[in-house]
Design a protein around this ligand. Sequence first.
Ligand code: NAD
Length: 262
Amino acid sequence: MQDSLKDRSIIVTGSGRGIGEAMVRGLADAGARVVVADIQHDLAGKVADGINGAGGKAVALEVDVTSRESVRAMIAATVEKYGRLDVMFNNAGIAQVKPFLDITEDDWHKVMDVNGLGVLIGMQEAVRQMKSQGGGGKIVNTASIAGKQGYEPLAHYCASKFAVVALTQAAARAFGGDGICVNAICPGVVATDMWKLIDKGFKDEGLTSRDNEAFENFSSGILLGRPSHSDDLVGVSRFLASSASDYMTGQSLVVDGGMVLV
Ligand code: NAD
């Protein structure tokens, strides 16, 4: 599996921290040439510096996944740097915890824009690039167990992650003939900064993950007895980026320590 990742050109959006950071580091450790893409360029720069300092190959790019122009520029810069795009991880996402009756139109649009539209644009532009290279390639979207079951108080987030699962299936059907595999990863409860933000209306304000009530509530009852670390998603991301998964498409793999048994 590691061999087939060597020198692959891979973009991971939202990889300035959290799950994306673990994925991009894990892919670089396996020999891939990676793009650390994030709306927070300073975070992306630090991650890329760390990878390059450890002997890997990384470049940091600023991207807003909700902007087609920005996503196109990211892919163009990747092709300029590495010559092609082999794998696109559409991982950037945001969350918000709110009781069902309190969700506003503004909340809905913010969450759906990044998590839904951002994944649609990322897939469209990656497919265009992959087709221009003669076909083949892999797309991996970060969905969630919230894309498998509806949870309160995360209704709009769940809707956006169901959308990711649906987009994954639709794109797999559309581009299988071009040799492009499209799959998704559904993490469970992962201890990242996202849990500091979701109760705070998307702003980066001080709670630690372990202080967060929603995090504690969602973490109870996990069969393997603990919430996930970001590193728990590295193996599945390597698998879906490598030739080991060449006969898989349209799937959404649950990696949640046993929260959702589907
Ligand atoms: P995080 O908040 O720690 O990291 C998300 C990253 O995405 C940040 O670096 C942020 O700057 C970036 N980002 C946000 N909006 C962006 C935009 N418009 N364009 C580009 N980058 C943008 O979150 P995380 O926990 O690492 O989540 C990563 C993905 O995993 C998300 O899609 C999330 O929904 C999903 N997920 C997380 C959990 C969890 O428990 N943390 C569980 C299931 C799924």
